[in-house]
Write a protein that binds this ligand. Structure first.
Ligand code: ADP
Ligand code: MG
Length: 831
């Protein structure tokens, strides 16, 4: 048994596929039942057994309550499916694991499936990725690696292509499947492949087209020709009168859609009982033009995402070799035509859209070795010589020869080895076996090279000592790394706004695995033994957004009860975040002051969306957007106000749809609506961030003018220099458009001014007046305050400003803590 993983699985929304890498080639396995390469990702629960695949799909028509499909769209949520037949619920992770288990039956060679590469959409976030891994574990895999689907498709394309030119440069992968859409910009240079950027929608695919046929063609037809009440609702809600028919219609709509990829019109036939209980026999014709009209906006949305990628990466059309078509929905002629017509890009249909992802995963699996611990467990075979050989070499190479080395353990005295290339083009001849053997293996260009290592005794008898086959791919392609789909941030206190804000740790598109250590300041004292805590909240999303628009992937609380001694405000905390290629998040925190370290490992696999909560959030957002509009109008920023109003309209429409949601809605609507809410919240954030920036820029100019005057008049030469140094970079820091950066500059100027003022009698006198008169009512202990004020007045008469400063300090300290810590926010405790 080799030590590479070899198996690649496309765990698709609609269809799953398993492929295996073997000696340089990839084989897509077929279902022993029906001999198809695809296994529909559908699970049916009968009383006595569980059925997965085509057969389960058939039950969808007869018994929809006990059949589940499209659960990949709900990966990473807390949504689960109640199954009547077993009186139990199943999570998306459970259901995915059943599909994975079913795929084991495809492996006619009888090999155990213990480790695999499972593909995920490039847009899958940490929670969704971890849910996928968990499904693999539940299916009994002891090792699962994740690979992003566009990379997998590109690997399949590049490794299959005979034309080496095809495999250089950059291209777009357009993957439109049953439930998700992904477009990715992929680049190959020097044989290494990486995703540069991607854009996607986890709720856009063939299933939506099927739905549109029902919503826009079938329902209007029924309403026109028959008598129905609340037809759409009765179809879609779990307890609706026509819920069973809804699933049948989905099936028929899909059939019609597939037909329309090859012809101009097709028919849909079914029976339905109208509101008077009369059976209506429906026979309707659907044309391609009708179908295209009702999905056009969704295809245009995908084209818009391609445009976004092209613009974001400043690509010229000529720099994009082609658009590689992947996913069953790319069979739809409108998809191919719109890309050609509106973008003038070449459409490439050279891979099988339904199997390419699994094939690419298998190529990757062929280069990925199992982790040593697990390999050791699996390897138990021994020989009388008790010799074990561990090999090490680069499995993909762009060189003419590759360095090979092996470590030999056991009783190898008087034994010999010989390495031959399987095509007969290379032979080391017999050589004495040593503790370590090294060879340079010559490679045939542009293909897979196989070598065999054999062990002989001194009489040239071949010994039965297990050695792994040596496989090196020359000129084929390797994955350089997988990019992070979103920013990973931590939440820190934001004093200015009395709230919290995001600080980015890993940026979107950074290549996994990632590791970073940052040092932050503790912003409130945590007494030992108390419940008060420092909170480290790791979020995934967009850094420019407010924390509420992002999803939390790990929270650490360091409580006073865990501390060895008090953690004092102002002391440092070191936070190390590590994210593995398979998205495990490890957070290590070190408190310098107490010399304590805490380590937490997160692999969150659920996100929860409740219809109720969604309603609240949308309604809060409605209130907020109204406030912001008023505010923008007051500031006479009509441009921004107009944009906000546009989003208000959108939001009100969203509110309407959210209100229509029944608590037991069976469709994906909740997640789609939540997604829309998050998008709107982000736009509002960005628009009002500009407001914040405008106000902070105004603040900067005020501070600058004021300080300039003081520095010029009262500053030393050195102080003048540092002031003009600070403002010399004005253009740059203002262009950063970052409130934090600009605030830092303001703080620096302020400190300089304070230092100068602290020398100026006029200012010291002013301060004394401020604390003795303006603040007088705030002193809890007036007697003590009076004493200091008297002392201050005496010092003032003597013009002893040093003494006056001391009294000012004393008065300041008398103020209650709330005044002293003006920005005492209920935040994270780090900033
Ligand atoms: P996924 O990646 O989501 O598992 P696939 O790539 O297997 O999905 O694509 C499945 C989708 O492709 C389904 O919605 C199916 O209806 C659609 N599909 C398959 N063949 C065709 C076709 N010839 N024309 C239009 N749509 C098709
Ligand atoms: Mg797919």
């Amino acid at each position: 048994m080799g030590n590479t993983i070899n198996f690649g699985i496309d765990l698709g929304t609609t269809n799953s596929v398993i492929a295996k890498y073997h000696q340089g080639k990839v084989e897509v396995f077929k279902n022993p039942v029906g001999h198809k390469e695809t296994l529909p990702s559908v699970v049916a629960f009968r009383k006595d057994r569980i059925i997965v695949g085509d057969k389960a799909k058939e039950y969808l028509l007869k018994d929809p309550e006990n059949v589940v499909g499209s659960f990949k769209r709900k990966m990473g949520t807390t949504e689960s499916f109640f199954i009547t037949n077993i009186s139990d619920t199943k999570t998306p992770v459970d259901l995915s694991s059943l599909v994975l288990k079913e795929l084991k039956n495809f492996i006619y060679t009888g090999e155990p499936l213990e480790a695999a590469i499972i593909t995920i959409p490039a847009s899958f976030d940490t929670i969704q990725s971890n849910a996928t891994k968990k499904a693999g574990e539940l299916a009994g895999f002891d090792e699962v690696f994740l690979l992003q689907e566009p990379i997998a498709a590109s690997l399949a394309f590049a490794n299959k292509s005979d034309n080496k030119d095809d495999a250089e440069g950059q291209w777009l992968v357009y993957d439109l499947g049953g439930g998700t859409f992904d477009v990715a910009l992929v680049k190959i240079s020097n044989g290494e492949m990486k995703v540069l950027d991607h854009q996607g929608d986890n709720f856009l695919g063939g299933l939506d087209f099927d739905n549109r046929i029902i919503e826009k063609i079938v329902v209007p037809y029924l309403e026109k020709t028959g008598r129905f009440e609340n037809l759409e609702h009765e179809l879609k809600s779990a307890k609706g009168k026509y819920n069973r028919l809804y699933f049948q219609l989905l099936h028929k709509a899909e059939e019609a859609k597939v037909m329309l990829s090859g012809r101009d019109s097709t028919d849909i036939e079914f029976e339905i009982e109208d509101k008077n209980g009369e059976i209506m026999e429906v026979y309707m014709t659907v044309t391609r033009a009708q179908f295209e009209a009702c999905i056009r906006d969704m295809i245009e949305k995908t084209i818009e995402m391609i445009r976004t990628i092209i613009e974001r990466n400043n690509l010229q059309k000529e720099e994009v070799r082609h658009v590689l078509m992947v996913g069953g929905s790319t069979f739809i002629p409108l998809v191919r035509n719109l890309i050609k017509e509106t973008l003038a890009l070449e459409v490439n249909c050279n891979v099988d859209p339904t199997t390419a992802v699994a094939e690419g995963a298998a190529y990757y699996a062929g280069t990925k070795t199992r982790s040593p611990r697990k390999k050791a467990e699996q390897k138990t075979s021994s020989s009388p010589y008790n010799v074990t050989i561990r090999t090490a070499y680069q499995k993909t190479s762009q060189e003419a020869e590759e360095y090979f080395t092996a470590l030999v353990e056991g009783n190898f005295k008087n034994l010999f080895y010989r390495i031959t290339r399987d095509d007969g083009g290379f032979d080391t001849g017999l050589k004495e076996l040593k503790e370590r053997i090294t060879e340079y293996l010559p490679l045939v260009q542009g293909t897979f090279n196989f070598f065999t290592l054999k062990i002989f005794d001194d009489k040239n008898n071949l010994l039965d000592i297990p050695t792994d086959p040596i496989e090196i791919v020359q000129g084929k392609f390797n994955v350089l790394g997988q990019p992070l789909p979103n920013d990973i941030c931590i939440e820190v206190d934001d004093y200015e706004n009395n709230t919290t804000k995001l600080e980015v740790i890993f940026e979107k598109n950074a290549i996994l695995p990632l590791k970073k250590t940052i040092t932050k300041e503790i912003t409130k004292t945590i007494p030992k033994g108390t419940d008060s805590a420092v909170v480290i909240n790791v979020l995934e999303g967009t850094r420019s957004a407010s924390p509420s628009t992002n999803s939390s992937i790990g929270v650490i609380e360091i409580k006073g009860s865990e501390l060895k001694r008090d953690l004092v405000k102002g002391s440092d905390i070191e936070i190390t975040l590590e994210m593995s290629e398979s998205r495990d998040l490890r957070i290590t925190t070190y408190l310098l002051m107490t010399d304590q370290e805490f380590t937490n490992l997160f692999n969150p696999s659920e996100r929860h969306v409740s219809a109720m909560r969604l309603r609240d959030e949308v309604s809060n957002l409605v209130t907020r957007i109204k406030d912001e509009i008023r505010d923008a109008e007051k500031r006479e920023e009509f441009e921004i106000a107009a944009q906000l109003i546009k989003h208000q309209v959108e939001l009100e429409e969203l509110m309407r749809e959210v209100n229509l949601l029944s608590a037991d809605d069976v469709t994906d609507a909740k997640y789609q609506l939540e997604d829309r809410k998050r998008r709107i919240a982000m736009v509002v954030d960005t628009l009002t961030r500009d407001k914040k920036i405008t106000s902070i820029k105004t603040q900067y100019f005020q501070e600058k003018n004021y300080d300039k005057h003081i520095v010029d008049e009262h500053g030393t030469e050195a102080e003048k220099r540092s002031f003009y140094d600070i403002i010399a970079n004005e253009k740059q820091f203002l262009a950063s458009n970052s409130p934090t950066v600009i605030k830092d500059v303001i703080d620096k100027m302020w400190q300089l001014r304070a230092k100068i003022n602290w020398r100026r009698p006029e200012h010291i006198i002013w301060l004394f007046q401020y604390y003795s008169v303006m603040k007088y009512n705030d002193y809890p202990d007036k007697q003590v305050a009076d004493k200091y004020i008297e002392a201050g007045e005496r010092a003032l008469q003597r013009k002893n400003y040093e003494e006056l400063k001391v009294t000012i300090g004393a008065l300041y300290n008398l103020l209650p803590a709330s005044e002293e810590e003006k920005f005492n926010i209920k935040g994270t405790g780090i900033g």
